[in-house]
Design a protein around this ligand. Structure first.
Ligand code: MG
Ligand code: MG
Length: 245
């Protein structure tokens, strides 16, 4: 899984190097598709079933778009924030990761949204080695975001990952009803999950767009998304989609 994770990390390096005003989201997607092809990796997002099958190897979501944006002809503008989410399978194992980038100069309050979203992911990874059950981590994630004055998206959650991109358990970034009832799980070596907080500046509520994929905030305020595939090993949590150490 670390090998797949490193290819996903490389894909994010390629994407990050292209983020600037004037670049289209389709150009970023094409570069990631080429990298996966060069590495012999299978893109996991392409063809995901829906009303229309997902048509790209990345989800690229700008500003009020929360997740599942479809790359295309749209050009990045100075002051935008752009989330790139991608995953691949290599030698039968999956990796999945997302990063939100500022495009040029971005308003300070939006930069703080990005920092808090990255911060809550880092917090969750650290706590995975220090807590016994996921509900304890989710509860602290929720508090961290609330204290920063932002809201955690509840319509989408993280997931187990392994041979398939989406496996059990569900990994909410808040204490959900499902988690309270029967969804909680122990944090012990061997567990691999994709943790992916989506944080909104305003309301947590989201709505789907007519393209059948893109999810946007109901109030039109910006959203950020960071994700790592994380394993618990005997010596603690390891982000499998982080760069080489
Ligand atoms: Mg994911
Ligand atoms: Mg993802």
């Amino acid at each position: 899984m670390r090998k797949a994770g490193l290819v996903v990390w490389e894909a994010h390096q390629v994407a990050a190097s292209m983020v600037r005003p004037g670049v289209t989201t389709g150009e970023i997607d094409a570069a990631v598709a080429k990298l996966f092809q060069d590495k012999g990796a299978v893109p996991l997002f392409l063809g995901v079933p829906g009303v229309v099958p997902f048509p790209a190897v990345t989800c690229i979501s700008i500003n009020e778009e929360v997740v599942h944006g479809i790359p295309g002809a749209r050009r990045l503008l100075e002051g935008d924030v752009v989330s790139v989410d991608t995953g691949c399978r290599l030698d039968g194992w999956c990796g999945d990761s997302a990063i939100t980038h500022p495009v040029g100069q971005v308003e300070p309050r939006v930069m703080r949204l990005l920092a808090v979203t990255k911060g809550v992911l880092d917090l969750a990874i650290e706590l995975m080695g220090k807590r016994r059950r996921w509900s304890e981590v989710a509860s602290e994630m929720e508090s961290y975001v609330r204290e920063a004055g932002f809201s955690v998206v509840e319509s989408f959650v993280g997931h187990g990952i392994g041979r398939e991109m989406h496996e059990d358990p569900q990994v909410p970034n808040f204490v959900s009803k499902q988690l309270r009832r029967n969804g909680d799980f122990e944090l012990r070596p061997g567990l691999v999950i994709a943790i992916e907080p989506m944080v909104n500046m305003g309301t947590k509520r989201v709505k789907g767009m007519p393209d059948h994929w893109t999810q946007v905030t109901q109030d039109g305020l910006p959203s950020a998304h960071f994700e790592h595939t994380v394993a618990i090993t005997e010596s603690g949590p390891v982000a499998l989609t982080a760069g080489p150490t």
